[in-house]
Design a protein around this ligand. Structure first.
Ligand SMILES: NC(=O)c1ccc[n+]([C@@H]2O[C@H](COP(=O)([O-])OP(=O)(O)OC[C@H]3O[C@@H](n4cnc5c(N)ncnc54)[C@H](O)[C@@H]3O)[C@@H](O)[C@H]2O)c1
Length: 259
């Protein structure tokens, strides 16, 4: 029996990067998946996630147009799971990253990032929890970051948003633990998804120097593979983590707790 047999997951931002890897990993482990994203084609190229899952596994997979800044869109994505037996696992993964100088951040830039990274997680968790409470079962996984633990001058809005996601996770674990719902976050270090590739980190001459610095800052001297994030999501989604609640798991090669 596979770890997620009979389960249905909704994964936001699942067209690309971590969300794509998490969705494929869940499907390989027996889950049906709703791919909730504003786009269908992966940012890194390749076949849409839901098509790939259907090709690779016997599981059901559907794409739902979902902008996580809209609570209505999130509710529609969660409802889409009803046709597959109802939502068991919610992964609030969609997010934006930007390097910036604090003194120059505009209100519009701040709002845009907080809307996706925080509001999107807040109302994604709310939509999922409303369904899960009725069933008395479920697990919610929020994508925070190592930047939700330690501050960095180069991306203050991002740190603000990811710290909020970590604390929201704890608040929801407290709220829903008695109802049989576990809520945890994943806090990755650097990974080479399109988000990182297009961020200015790791690109160009300045980027190449930063790239060496980032790797040196990480005791394992490399970036994360998306599969390494997906493996932790699989653990948190499954009964292997049945007494893990209100936890934020660093998956950063030792970056945060050393140096
Ligand atoms: N890549 C890293 O180094 C890293 C490190 C720590 C945390 N994270 C977090 O992991 C998550 C995924 O990052 P990634 O690296 O896979 O990024 P990515 O850019 O590769 O993929 C993000 C996906 O989210 C989708 N998305 C963006 N805005 C959306 C919206 N408003 N509604 C719905 N979907 C939307 C995009 O279309 C894309 O498919 C993010 O929350 C990010 O902050 C990434």
């Amino acid at each position: 029996m596979a770890l997620l047999d009979g389960k249905t997951a909704v994964v936001t931002g699942a067209a690309s990067g971590f969300g794509r890897s998490i969705s494929r990993t869940f499907a390989r482990n027996g889950a049906d998946v709703i791919v909730a994203d504003i786009r269908t084609d992966p940012r890194e190229g390749g076949r849409p996630t839901h098509e790939l899952i259907r090709e690779e596994t016997d599981q059901h997979a559907y794409h739902v147009d979902c902008d996580v800044t809209s609570a209505d869109d999130l509710a529609v994505a969660v409802e889409a799971a009803d046709e597959l037996g109802g939502i068991d696992i919610m992964v609030n993964n969609a997010g934006l990253f930007r390097t910036e100088e604090f003194l120059e951040v505009t209100e519009a830039e701040y709002d845009q990032m907080m809307d996706v990274n925080v509001k999107g997680v807040f109302f994604g968790a709310q939509a999922a929890a409303r369904e899960m409470v009725e069933r008395g079962d479920g697990t919610i996984i929020n994508m925070s970051s190592a930047a939700g633990y330690s501050g960095a001058s180069g991306f203050p809005t991002y740190c603000t948003s990811k710290g909020a996601v970590r604390l929201l996770t704890y608040a929801l674990a407290d709220r829903f633990g008695p109802e049989g719902i576990r809520v945890n976050s994943i806090n990755p270090g650097f990974a080479e998804t399109q988000m990182m590739a297009e961020s200015g980190l790791g690109n160009g001459i300045r980027g190449r120097i930063q790239d060496q610095v980032l790797r040196r800052m990480t005791p394992q001297r490399r970036y994360a593979e998306t599969q390494e994030i997906a493996n932790v999501a699989l653990f948190l989604a499954s009964d292997l983590s049945s007494f893990v609640n209100g936890e934020s798991i660093l998956v950063d090669g030792g970056l945060t707790n050393t140096g």
